[in-house]
Design a protein around this ligand. Structure first.
Ligand code: FMN
Ligand code: SF4
Length: 393
């Protein structure tokens, strides 16, 4: 029976244990996306904490896809020197690092990108960007595929061990995959094959651009939780099968979009979802912020059910489970019964960067993160992402 402390190979990448730092935007880069000392310090600490695979916050591959003010960028060659230091900070401590390549799509605020956000379809007001998105024409799609490919080349040049394509949480590629966001009638919509096409073309191009030994990972929404027809676990299983057939080395199973913040809350399908100004904009004053996000109606391991639906379709491609995992015994049980190959953590590692070290040494059995979501609210308020809950251990 595998244990979470066992080493694992993801493609040709050898990882010392099955803990993953799930991509977590830091809000610590320069306004142009350059790596700062704060970022290097954070990832040095995380790697020192014994995590097998570290995925830093999503990196925008094109200026039109920036989603947060202080997000890391990977849109130009001038960023590679800083990214190389980031990879070095993790490698020094024997960790592996994957860069998450992302485009914010309709969730890129006009205030940041200076134009209406790009999306597969122009319908609806986006609750985060508060703009009506601009539907993408063939040239914009081609430019985006090229941007992901060039970004992957930069990741390799900077010494990353892998790339993860961000196709979750309502960002551009999730929007293309989702029947709720993608109402196109052309070859990039209209059917599951059509909606998958941009991701397929990106993966093929990225594969060509990367050294053979460098694995491609994908973060996939198994549930959009949008009103009506978003991605469901059954549809995600179809996409997962196609990803596995393309040689993707691991799929991280996640869920939710900014239509209700289920990405972090573990919302129940069918729950009421605000389509106008979202619930998180209601005042919820515990710390003084412009935007507030309600604390969780917290569910344990809230993507586990969806992961179990997807698992058989993956056919040997590794499954990384993320979302609401807090107890070591639960993580180990998931690994031991083969429901997932690796466990990814975000908020617990914001609160305790050395949590995995504590697990390894037996001094802790569970995270002290209360899932209050203040760190997430901080991200939307252009504040540094760290734990804002009192009583840090
Ligand atoms: C502050 C914050 C920033 C995040 N940034 C990203 C990101 O850049 N990319 C991503 O795929 N997910 C991001 N997430 C989502 C997490 O990776 C993870 O999927 C989610 O928080 C659920 O896991 P958890 O319960 O362990 O926190 C972020 C979450 C938080 C709280
Ligand atoms: S602010 Fe701290 S306790 Fe609250 S969710 Fe974030 S990491 Fe966890």
């Amino acid at each position: 029976m595998p244990s979470i402390f066992d080493a694992i190979d993801v493609g040709e990448m050898k990882i010392k244990n099955r803990f993953v730092h799930s991509a977590t935007c830091e809000q610590m880069a320069t306004p142009d996306g350059f790596i700062t000392e704060e970022i290097l310090k954070r990832y040095g600490r995380l790697a020192e904490g014994g995590i097998g695979l570290i995925i830093p916050g999503h990196m925008y591959v094109h200026r039109s896809g920036q989603a947060q003010q202080r997000q890391i960028g990977i849109y130009g060659d001038e960023l590679v020197a800083g990214l190389e230091k980031l990879a070095g900070a993790v490698h020094t401590h024997g960790g592996k690092i994957a860069f998450q390549l992302a485009h914010g799509g309709r969730q890129s605020p006009r205030a940041i990108i200076g134009q209406a956000p790009l999306a597969p379809t122009g319908r609806g007001l986006d609750p985060v960007s508060l703009n009506k998105p601009r539907p993408m024409d063939g040239a914009a799609i081609e430019e985006t595929i090229h941007a992901f490919t060039a970004a992957a080349r930069r990741a390799a040049a900077a010494g990353a061990d892998a790339v993860q394509i961000h196709a979750a949480h309502g960002y551009l590629l999730n929007e293309f995959l989702s029947p709720f966001f993608n109402k196109r009638k052309d070859g990039y919509g209209a059917s599951a094959e059509g909606r998958f096409r941009i991701l397929k073309e990106i993966i093929s191009n990225v594969r060509e651009a990367l050294p053979k030994s460098m694995p491609i990972l994908v973060k996939l929404n198994a549930n959009d939780f949008t009103p009506r027809t978003g991605i469901t676990p059954d549809l995600a299983a179809v996409y997962a099968k196609w990803l596995a057939a393309m040689g993707v080395a691991a799929v991280e199973v996640s869920g939710g979009t900014y239509y209700g913040f289920q990405t972090i809350r573990g919302e129940i399908p069918g729950a009421e979802i605000s389509r106008a100004l979202p619930a998180w904009m209601r005042p919820f004053a515990r710390i003084k912020m412009k935007f507030q996000i309600p604390a969780n109606r917290f569910q344990d391991a809230f993507n586990l059910g969806a992961a179990e639906t997807i698992r058989p379709a993956l056919n040997g491609c590794a499954l990384i489970l993320v979302g609401g995992l807090r107890r070591l015994d639960q993580m180990n049980a998931v690994i031991a019964r083969g429901a997932a190959d690796m466990i990814a953590l975000s908020r617990p590692l914001i609160r305790e960067p050395s949590l995995v070290r504590k697990f390894i040494e037996g001094s802790s059995e569970e995270s002290t993160c209360t899932s209050c979501n203040r760190c997430f609210a901080a991200m939307f308020n252009n504040m540094e992402v760290r734990c804002y809950q009192k009583g840090l251990p």
